[in-house]
Design a protein around this ligand. Structure first.
Ligand SMILES: [Zn+2]
Length: 296
């Protein structure tokens, strides 16, 4: 009897469905790169693509505060089969969070040919992922121009790099972009929101049947976004956001999700973008309608 109890428990002898139920309890959202609050970024530098699964160092501050770090995912390192099975579930059920910030994006220096990757993610994971959130934490310096008024959204280097790193994402069902503008004494954060939205809203659109210029085509590379939201690093009055409707057309919504106005076709002039960003919602503030009527 005694010896039988000491026999090791063979996890891989369990039916696959039971293994999946166990993996299910370990699921959490992976972050690339890890939020700085996780500390000790380089402790496991030999395993960069596994960094987020290693115990105790992978959670966002909010998540860690809510549930505390989990300590059981060492089993991911047990063998290839466990890793594959677990990662398939992560891709199917979790949201993968990809962040671009001054911490992992540096504008290309002249003559520097080696492009530093924003995210160390297994391409297989990118191919299979179903839900993905991209967060751009952007300064106006990251626009890469001295004067954002003269920039055209199609020539933004950061956008091209994001698109090229997302080229393996082709089974995603929900892909959202959040643009957080970091304050700058020189430029209005609106420029960051403006260029990011105008550059990324065409991503993944079907190639037009009429011949298009190569820069137009470049603007379509990458997977299709479903929603683009905006925020500041400080308090802001609350910005409307862009989301595709059932037909795939971009619409503007208020913070409470009421549809306000359609987005214009193609790149909007900055004035029209700002008008939609702060347009009053007729459901949330019916008095704005009365005022508009009175003004007529
Ligand atoms: Zn509303």
């Amino acid at each position: 009897m005694q010896t039988e109890q000491k026999k090791p428990f063979r996890f891989l002898d369990l039916p696959a469905e039971l293994r999946d139920m166990i993996y299910d309890h370990l699921l959490e959202d992976p972050y690339f790169p890890l939020p700085p609050t996780c500390g000790k970024q380089h402790q496991h530098s030999t395993l960069p693509s596994l960094g987020w699964v290693l115990p105790g160092r992978r959670l966002s501050a909010a998540r860690a505060g809510a549930t505390g770090p989990r300590r059981c995912n060492w089993m991911l390192l047990a063998n290839r089969q466990c890793y594959r099975e677990f990662m398939d579930l992560v891709c199917m059920k979790s949201t993968i969070h990809l962040t671009v910030s001054p911490a992992n994006y540096k504008s290309q220096e002249a003559g520097d040919e080696t492009e530093k990757k924003l995210w160390k993610v297994d391409p297989e994971v990118l191919r299979k992922v179903k839900k993905c959130d991209i967060k751009l934490i952007t300064t106006s310096a990251m626009l890469g121009v001295s004067d954002p008024r003269k920039m055209s959204p199609g020539e933004w280097a950061l956008s091209s790099q994001v698109r090229s790193e997302l080229s393996d994402v082709n089974n995603v069902e929900e892909l959202n972009l959040h643009v957080q503008a970091l304050g700058d004494p020189l430029w209005n954060p609106l420029w960051v929101w403006y260029h990011a939205s105008q550059s990324f809203k065409t991503m993944g659109s079907p190639r037009p049947t009429s011949p298009s210029t190569s820069s137009e085509y470049k603007g379509r590379l990458g997977p299709t976004l479903h929603r683009i939201t905006f925020s500041l690093d400080i308090w802001s009055p609350g910005e409307n956001y862009l989301e595709r409707d059932a037909e795939g057309h971009w619409q503007w919504y208020c913070m409470k999700g009421h549809c306000i106005a359609p987005d214009g076709a193609g790149v909007l002039p900055v004035r029209e973008f700002c008008a939609r960003l702060y347009m009053e919602c007729r459901v949330c503030s019916p008095e704005s309608d009365v005022e508009a009527d009175a003004a007529r």
